[in-house]
Design a protein around this ligand. Structure first.
Ligand SMILES: [Zn+2]
Ligand SMILES: [Zn+2]
Length: 429
């Protein structure tokens, strides 16, 4: 006998979402879909992989994502592609490719799907993870920032009842004022370079702003003496940020100012935010995003101000009260067919039940009545419909309530109607 073939497992950091988890996932997705569609957003479906250059140009060469976390590969023609590590750059690529920028007005789009980063897997961090993102392109008004921040919080707190979630915001300045802050920060950090962690020592040259969100305590101490972004903000950025804060206050959305919030991507300008759930520990952001007024131009398009956010579903699934999600759908009916003639006649009944909107499953193997009723019990169905030779001869079917155990003979021609009526009183259908 041949040796038993070795089982193949899913790659590390990549998980299956199992049927029993799906109602929860759909519930989370649906909460965002509904709220976004109320706010005028349409869904767009984007490809899983893109030209590597799309990410190196947008996210930034010096970010962790591009320098060490992308799954990149070459095709037979030697072109480099990458599994998407985030959704904003692909969305902007599609926005330009399909001429949304020429359609005029404001473009509101959302997307949903897996993203990929070669990070060390840990709690709440996966190599394939799922995000929903929404982007507004073509509006510079701080109203957009307020509207989307409020929307995210409304879904998380209002619809999904996430406990302890709070909003952190910061302003990263714009292309006018950020260089001044960047330089001041760089000069200040360069003088105390040896006190920084090795990653931050490297960041001082290439990307000093990223030092701000280093999680190492040694770097925190150094940063206490560093200049703050607020001092360097230009008048327009100040005004924009003041409006955002006022808007949040008008809408009674609580927030914390976090001057160290910079996000892991280079393209953010002005408002940046994260929604943090302390119960998650180190990887505690369930949502994040901000304004990216220069990205469309950076990718070859016309100057187009934009704002967006993304929500991570794996982490969200960890912080919602799972009992609030709807349960898995069970069939209403289990069809017990006994004998060849019943198996033929049963096909019609199966079809009629499903057409009437009643979920119906059956046993395929022609087992005994007892065995089939056992299966019916396990299926979670409310009723078993038993059709044997005897019932066929009388034009009837036995309808057994699997909860109460009561059973009743019902005419074959009216059993669908009978169950639909019963279903209404039981709260089905
Ligand atoms: Zn500015
Ligand atoms: Zn550091």
């Amino acid at each position: 006998m041949a040796a038993k073939a070795k089982l193949i497992k899913a790659p590390r950091g990549v998980t299956d979402i199992l049927p029993e988890e799906i109602p929860l996932w759909r519930w989370l997705e649906e909460a965002f879909r509904q709220e976004l569609e109320l706010a005028g957003f349409s869904e767009i479906r984007l490809p899983i992989f893109e030209a590597t250059e799309l990410f190196t140009r947008s996210i930034g060469q010096e970010t962790d994502i591009v320098s060490k976390e992308m799954y990149s590969f070459s095709d037979a023609g030697g072109r480099s592609f990458s599994l998407r590590p985030e959704g904003t750059a692909p969305l902007v690529r599609a926005f330009l490719e399909h001429g949304f920028s020429r359609r005029g007005g404001v473009c509101r789009l959302y997307y949903l799907g897996p993203m990929f980063r070669a990070e060390r897997p840990q709690a709440g961090r996966f190599r394939q993870f799922h995000q929903l993102g929404a982007e507004v392109l073509g509006a510079a008004s701080p109203l957009v920032d307020v509207e989307l921040l409020a929307l995210v919080m409304r879904v998380l707190k209002g619809r999904l009842k996430v406990e302890g979630a709070f909003l952190e915001i910061n302003s990263l300045g714009c292309r006018i004022c950020r260089p001044g802050f960047r330089k001041a920060l760089q000069d200040s950090l360069a003088s105390v370079r040896e006190e920084l962690c090795p990653d931050c020592q490297r960041r001082v040259e290439m990307n000093p702003l990223r030092v701000l969100d280093c999680k190492r305590e040694g770097c925190w101490a150094v940063l206490a003496k560093a200049p703050s972004g607020e001092e360097y903000m230009c008048a327009n950025c100040r005004e924009h940020f003041a409006f955002v804060r006022e808007g949040l206050e008008v809408l009674e959305v609580d927030y914390h100012l976090n001057p160290r919030l910079v996000r892991g991507l280079d393209y953010y300008t002005r408002t940046a935010f994260e929604v943090v759930c302390p119960q998650l520990g180190a990887q505690n952001a369930v949502a994040g995003g901000g304004r990216y007024d220069d990205l469309v131009e950076l990718l070859g398009g016309p100057a187009t101000p934009a704002f967006g956010f993304a929500v991570g579903f794996e982490r969200l699934a960890m912080v919602v009260r799972q009992e609030l999600a709807p349960g898995i759908r069970r069939p209403e009916v289990f069809l017990v067919l006994l004998g060849e003639a019943a198996r033929r006649k049963g096909l019609r009944l199966l079809d009629a039940l499903r057409q009437a909107g009643l979920g119906c499953v059956l046993d395929y193997e022609g087992r005994s009545l007892k065995k089939q009723l056992q299966r019916a019990g396990k299926s979670g169905a409310r009723w078993a419909l038993i059709l044997g030779e005897d019932e066929l001869a009388r034009g009837e079917v036995v309808c057994k309530d699997l909860v109460s155990g009561e059973q009743q003979r019902v005419g074959l021609d009216r059993v669908v109607e009978y169950l639909c009526a019963l279903g209404k009183t039981c709260g089905f259908a």
